[in-house]
Ligand binder design. Structure first.
Ligand code: ATP
Ligand code: MG
Length: 464
């Protein structure tokens, strides 16, 4: 019978887990704090630990460090807040074998426990300590594909291996590259991005490798290249698929031998940077077509991270909307706090060919146009409103107003108008009456007649 230790300060969650694992044939021990957990672990034969990260007193990450030191053979699975990239990365770096996000899916947890038990035999007990770097860029995502991305960031950030990030444009490739850098031991060293799609090959070469004085017309002074500027930090090679054949050769030398020569220079220099490359083109296809060197492709593709397009992770859209709105509000001194259900439906249902970047741009435009604190349907671009009324019967009336106003009755328009006034006044009926030029009893009758109700705020309200 395998022994499992569950460390969680939340009694009810701990009880649920105990019940579940007992009925699955485990011998279950529980502890309500990090210190108690460590005591139980040291006093009992334990095969696997499941620990919450956030606990009063000492947190799960600091406990993880102790467990790796005292009992390096015992696999630990951490439980993190669902979109907390920082603690997830820290947990993976701290030597957790896996992590599960809240709310806990018992099947996921059990699969992780099974895997941990199987891997136990092969465990090498290498402990990676968590150090600093706690302000990793926030990457939003709760879908399985994004959780895998988080895991990859956690795993790869500790090594110096070359990483290739693949994904359509706007899926967050640069964000992930920065997260890898920030989560690594050289986070305090520079992160330097180079766009490999430069139009003029020699400019790219000089941008990357620098040039000597007089190397070409206009090279009045010598200049350091970005490889040099990156030092022991990260060199982010963006749009790597656009490299010319000659530059592909030079890059291969950089990746393989760590050598490069400034334009007009005679001596090779050595780089100690970590290389992270990104592309939105199908590199394997380019290799097949003879447009991209196979040897460079293999050199780049040591560890790749695939970013899913936004349309394949619709579940993440409401979270992204909330996250991006907060940022956009701040940058534009606006305070959009509510996204009505029908607007959110439209955002979630859209195909987003430009992915998160396009979502961000749509939200920026909408926020800039808006007056009150509500994001209105009419502020979305036309192409998002087309063909909705017929295809989607459950959408609210105001959808039809925006997309198909010709078929609207006066009643529909009145209903829409009253609702939007109510929403813009936060359902303050007195103010709404003033704006509508009507009396309170009349307004109440209309509310009843049209069945108007306040709509839910995004995720229970943003900062209100
Ligand atoms: N998962 C995410 N969570 C939060 N913000 C995101 C996420 N993905 C992308 N973004 C935001 O979307 C925008 C585009 O991301 P980024 O520039 O990293 O994409 P990209 O894949 O490099 O795009 P391109 O191919 O156009 O260069 C940025 O503002 C970024 O902060
Ligand atoms: Mg980019």
């Amino acid at each position: 019978m395998p022994n499992i230790l569950i460390i969680d300060d939340d009694q009810s969650s701990s009880r649920t887990l105990k019940l579940h694992f007992s009925s699955s044939g485990f011998d279950v021990k529980t502890a309500a704090s990090a210190d108690e957990g460590l005591d139980v672990l040291l006093a009992n034969p334990i095969d696997v630990v499941v620990s919450d990260i956030r606990m009063p007193g000492r947190d799960g990450l600091s406990l993880l460090t102790d467990i790796r030191r005292e009992r390096p053979d015992v696999p630990v699975i951490m439980i993190t807040a669902f979109h907390d990239l920082d603690s997830t990365v820290a947990a993976m770096q701290g030597g957790a074998i896996d992590y599960i996000t809240k709310p806990i899916d018992l099947d996921d947890l059990e699969a992780a426990v099974d895997k941990a038990l199987r891997m136990r035999v092969e465990s090498d007990g290498d402990a990676l300590l968590v150090e600093g770097g706690d302000e990793a860029a926030t990457i939003i995502g709760r879908t399985r594909a994004m959780k895998n991305v988080f895991k990859s960031i956690g795993m790869v950030s500790q090594s110096n291996v070359t990483v290739l990030i693949l994904g359509e444009s706007g899926t967050g490739k640069e964000l992930v590259a920065r997260a890898i850098h920030k989560a690594g031991p050289d986070a305090d060293k520079p992160f330097v991005a180079v766009n490999c799609a430069a139009l003029v090959e020699t400019l790219l070469e000089s941008d990357l490798f620098g040039h000597e004085k007089g190397a070409f017309t206009g090279a009045v002074n010598a200049r350091r290249g970005k490889v040099d500027l990156a030092g022991e930090g990260t060199l982010f090679l963006d749009e790597i698929g656009e490299l010319s054949p000659r530059m592909q050769g030079k890059l291969l030398r950089l990746l393989e031998e760590r050598e490069y020569t400034p334009v007009g220079g005679t001596h090779a220099k050595i780089s100690s940077a970590r290389f992270v490359a990104a592309t939105n083109v199908d590199l394997a296809q380019k290799v097949t077509d003879g447009e991209f060197r196979e040897d460079l492709y293999y050199r780049l593709n040591v560890f790749s991270i695939d970013l899913p397009p936004l349309r394949e992770r619709q579940e993440d859209i409401p979270l992204l909307v909330e996250h991006l709105l907060k940022r956009i509000n701040k940058e534009n001194h606006k305070s959009i706090r509510r996204v009505p259900g029908n607007v959110m439906d439209r955002l979630v249902g859209y195909a987003w060919p430009g992915n998160v970047r396009q979502l961000e741009n749509v939200l920026i435009k909408a926020v800039v146009m808006s007056q009150g604190d509500i994001l209105h349907l009419a502020q979305l671009p036309d192409e998002m409103l087309e063909g909705a009324a017929e295809s989607d019967g459950e959408l609210a009336n105001e959808d039809r107003l925006a997309s198909d106003s010709a078929t609207l009755s006066l009643k529909d328009i009145e209903r829409e108008h009253i609702l939007s006034v109510l929403e813009s006044t936060d359902w303050h009926k007195g103010k709404a009456c003033e704006i509508l030029g009507t009396s309170r009893p009349k307004l109440d009758r209309r509310i009843k007649e049209y069945g108007l109700k306040p709509r839910m705020a995004v995720n229970g309200g943003m900062g209100k």
